[in-house]
Design a binder for this molecule. Structure first.
Ligand code: BGP
Length: 465
């Protein structure tokens, strides 16, 4: 692709950004919100969070949403993905509805629509209500019932104006973080529970979709998955097999049931062989089979490179998916050193072509993509604008591959950057900044549009670059 080439996107392409409740709202202990696992974990172990900054205040969207939405409009957004905080809307996870929370989400949705920005609403973004975590969170089947009830409540309250719904964001991440690799509460390393959590989460997604259709809602409902392509080190059959297994664990575990209504055979075979089949009822598989998604959100940050295992695993170590592959550090890879993630732009094209060829070319969009950078203040110029040319470059290079996928027939409908304004990144807190808009924590959260924000506005207005 040459520099002078032009990249035009369809006129109705969705240009925007994405965010989540816990990472942006703040007001974590106000207006009746219940605790979620992040509030609780931070209270217990603040040292696990960068600079000991917790989720209490985050980016104050709760108080500033009108101003923030005005800025979104200014930056050319025609759509924005947010999430509802379950523990704000239903503080105990089940039972009483918090009227103040309903009022808040009503106003946010109204404000977006008035500004010509379509709200895309996600129901679960890593933030399990603490009261439900106390009974085991997704390990406990009761959480699936509670979630279905929460989803029904959201459809009833907001379904008249929200026409794009998502059941979960990156459902594999709470499995990895909470039950395998120790980066989310409850910090367990327990593959049996991990599999149960995965299954119940998948079931909850299908049950919410079923409820959505039963309630005769007239929008679209989908799921947002972090599809991280697994690239084997080489074409050696052992490397290729390692790649296929990693793909089954981390991508196809949710992609196949969400889109095709069935779990990948390779994964089921491993779980059976290793003795980790989850508890389920026969009818669950029917619910999953008949309630697949209308629309798929694709989050893409980095590829996963793998190779065949170098050594026999320690037989006494806890079982982890990595028993089947080793990570592969490819010489010459391009890195984002702040986040420690490889940048591989073509990955987004490979995902879209895979969806086209193997998943019925399902309607999809890039629901997250972005670059977290530490210490962005040093790039502020005399006018006070952060000169984040590296982010413009990052977005551009990904958009070029998305453009190519469209030319080859991909059904990709939009691009949302992670994220609109700098926010709280879980255990990384405010270390890395991702936004089109900077949030100055020293100056009471003052917002200033970065160079990338102004650039994106033009791209959205001109349908390309
Ligand atoms: C995705 C999550 C987001 C966001 C992003 C960046 O996995 O959906 O919530 O945080 O990654 O990652 P991080 O914040 O860990 O740098």
């Amino acid at each position: 692709m040459t520099q002078t080439e032009q990249y035009r996107f369809p006129k109705d392409f969705w240009w925007g950004s994405s965010a989540s409740a816990t990472q942006t709202e703040g007001a974590a202990d106000r207006d009746g919100k219940g605790q979620n696992i992040w509030d609780y974990w931070f209270e217990k172990e603040p040292h696990r969070f960068f600079d000991h900054v917790g989720p209490a205040a985050t980016s104050q969207f709760y108080d500033n949403y009108k101003e923030d939405i005005r800025l979104m409009k200014e930056l050319g957004h025609n759509s924005f993905r947010m999430s509802i905080s379950w523990s704000r809307l239903i503080p105990d996870g089940t039972g009483e509805l918090n009227a103040k929370a309903a009022e808040f989400y009503h106003s946010v949705i109204d404000e977006l629509i008035v500004n010509g920005i379509e709200p895309f609403v996600n129901l679960f973004h890593f933030d399990m209500p603490m009261e439900l975590q106390k009974i085991g969170g997704w390990v406990n089947r009761e959480t699936v019932d509670a979630y279905e009830n929460y989803a029904r409540t959201c459809f009833r309250l907001f379904g008249g104006r929200v026409k794009k719904w998502f059941t979960h964001n990156e459902p594999i991440v709470p499995v990895e973080g909470g039950y395998l690799y120790d980066f989310h509460y409850p910090n367990k390393v327990d593959f049996k529970e991990a599999v149960q959590v995965g299954f119940h989460t998948m079931l909850s997604s299908a049950r919410a979709i079923q409820a959505y259709r039963e309630m005769k809602q007239d929008g679209k409902i989908g799921i947002i998955l972090n599809l991280t392509p697994s690239y084997p080190r080489s074409s050696h059959p052992a490397d290729v097999k390692a790649g296929e297994i990693a793909d089954a664990f981390f991508n196809r575990s949710f992609l196949d049931p969400s889109v095709k209504g069935e779990f990948p055979k390779e994964l089921v075979a491993i779980l059976k062989n290793e003795g980790f089949v989850p508890d389920y009822k026969k009818e669950d598989l029917e619910v999953i089979k008949h309630n697949t998604v209308d629309l798929l959100g694709v989050n893409y940050y980095q590829p996963r490179r793998v190779k065949a295992k170098e050594h026999l695993p320690n037989p006494d170590a806890p079982f982890l998916p990595d028993r089947y592959f080793d990570p592969y550090v490819m010489p010459g890879r391009k890195m984002n050193p702040h986040r420690g993630w490889e940048i591989y732009e073509k990955g987004v094209y490979d995902i879209l072509i895979n969806l086209k060829e193997n998943y019925g070319n399902i309607e999809c969009f890039i629901s997250e993509n972005g670059m977290g950078v530490e210490g962005e203040e040093r790039f502020r110029d005399e006018q006070g604008i952060i000169q984040d040319d590296y982010r413009i470059e990052f977005i551009k290079e990904h958009l070029k591959w998305i453009h190519r996928a469209i030319q080859e027939g991909s059904n990709v409908k939009g691009y949302h950057l992670w994220t609109f304004m700098d926010n709280w990144s879980w255990t990384n807190a405010y270390k890395n900044r991702y936004g089109f808009v900077s949030v100055n924590l020293e100056k009471d959260g003052e917002r200033t549009v970065k160079k990338s924000g102004n650039w994106f506005k033009k791209v959205a207005e001109q349908h390309g670059f």
